[in-house]
Design a binder for this molecule. Structure first.
Ligand SMILES: Cc1cc2nc3c(=O)[nH]c(=O)nc-3n(C[C@H](O)[C@H](O)[C@H](O)COP(=O)(O)OP(=O)(O)OC[C@H]3O[C@@H](n4cnc5c(N)ncnc54)[C@H](O)[C@@H]3O)c2cc1C
Length: 345
């Protein structure tokens, strides 16, 4: 339901004259560059502004969504009815082997570069992943342990000491890492409407030279597998991991790389990533997702589940049949490179 004039005036009065904008296109604020307009849009620049905005929309019962980097969400082509709050609270302090960062602070490069330069280890594993601090806690940000072993997945929970929350009961409180009930791609934030205001990470003294080696290796790993965000916008992996098999491998084995629907393509670099080649819409993405799920189920019996969230109002998924784009000349996938290296000893 559209907001009443009275509510709009009240929102503007509480959040600041000129700070609440109307009809702001959300696509530029997401990594996949997809999404229609938010009825109302507000950027919070401090933890206090964030808490005040959330308290206000809760009290006024206005539908709202808290946006970080928009790296794990797809926003509908019809946009969002209510207030989108973009979190730009970024104050970060380093002290006594700890980093305390407001929840809108950007993990990489901002926080990670500062920690590495200060010789503080623990966050360097997560280089190159688009994320705010709040988004990182929401999803328990993760990446592989350093090379050569890459023996396990490391999680942001391992270095989280505490966080300040505005709880769903509207209390500001400090909680320890155990509060979050972290799992793979999971935290309690999926089921409780708590908002992270800030987080404190407990780091360890580390050799900046060694940490640089890790960041370079991890960035190289990503460059080989992930399309570059500035030229090939994406939302990272589309489907959840299937233990021991890999969603990407299933899609690849079904011959679905290059499938393309209205500007969205299953990239030849990585079968679990779809990129926006320009003008792609959420309806195209949803149509392509439906096509891939159906094809994989038909050929393998596996049901793929999406790992991203769909926010706002959507049009009907594009029902057209995808066309297949040829593989770009000169592209070498990570698997092919590994096979070549094995062959050459
Ligand atoms: C190219 C690419 C590569 C990626 N690689 C990885 C990877 O290796 N590992 C990995 O774990 N993820 C990866 N991702 C996924 C994504 O980067 C993470 O999920 C990231 O943590 C999302 O953070 P965000 O700030 O963009 O959150 P958003 O997408 O903006 O929001 C995600 C959810 O978090 C909620 N949220 C945001 N801030 C707060 C807050 N302060 N309090 C409460 N809730 C909040 C939002 O409301 C929303 O529900 C990748 C994504 C891309 C595009």
């Amino acid at each position: 339901m559209p907001l009443k004039q009275r509510d709009i005036r009240k929102l503007a009065a509480v959040l600041g004259a000129g700070r609440v904008q109307r009809g702001v296109l959300l696509a530029p604020y997401t990594t996949m560059k997809i999404g229609g307009p938010a009825d109302f849009f507000y950027e919070a620049f401090t933890e206090q502004e964030l808490a005040q905005a959330i308290r206000t929309v809760r009290a006024m019962e206005i539908p709202h969504f808290l946006l970080g980097c928009g790296a794990n969400v797809v926003i509908g082509d019809k946009g969002f009815r209510g207030l989108v709050i973009r979190n730009r609270a970024q104050k970060t302090d380093l002290f006594a082997h700890r980093v305390r960062a407001a929840s809108g602070a950007i993990m990489y490069p901002d926080i990670i570069e500062r920690a590495v330069a200060a010789g503080l280890s623990g966050l360097e594993h997560y280089v190159g992943i688009p994320s705010t601090v709040g988004g990182a806690l929401w999803q328990n940000l993760h990446f592989l342990a350093p090379p050569p072993a890459r023996e396990r997945t490391m999680f942001i929970e391992e270095v989280l000491l505490s966080a300040d929350l505005l709880t769903e009961e509207n209390e500001v409180k400090t909680v320890g890492a155990e509060y979050f009930d972290f799992g793979y791609d999971y935290s309690i934030l999926h089921v409780r409407d708590d908002v992270v205001l800030s987080a404190t990470f407990q780091l360890a003294p580390g050799d900046p030279g060694w940490m640089r080696k890790i960041t370079e290796a991890n960035l190289a790993w990503r460059a080989l597998r992930h399309p570059p965000l500035d030229t090939e916008p994406s939302v990272g992996s589309i489907f959840k991991k299937i233990q021991g098999i890999g969603a990407g491998r299933l899609i690849d084995e079904c011959g679905l790389k290059g499938a393309s629907l209205g500007g969205i393509v299953v990239t030849h670099r990585h079968a679990n990533i779809m990129v926006n080649t320009g003008g792609g819409r959420a309806a195209d993405l949803q149509g392509l997702i439906a096509f891939v799920r159906a094809a994989v189920f038909e050929r393998t019996g596996y049901q793929l589940e999406t790992e991203i969230d769909f926010i706002g109002d959507f049009e009907r998924p594009n029902p057209s049949r995808p066309v297949f784009l040829p593989r770009p000349p000169g592209l070498i996938t990570a698997e092919e490179l590994a096979q070549r290296r094995n062959r050459n000893g």
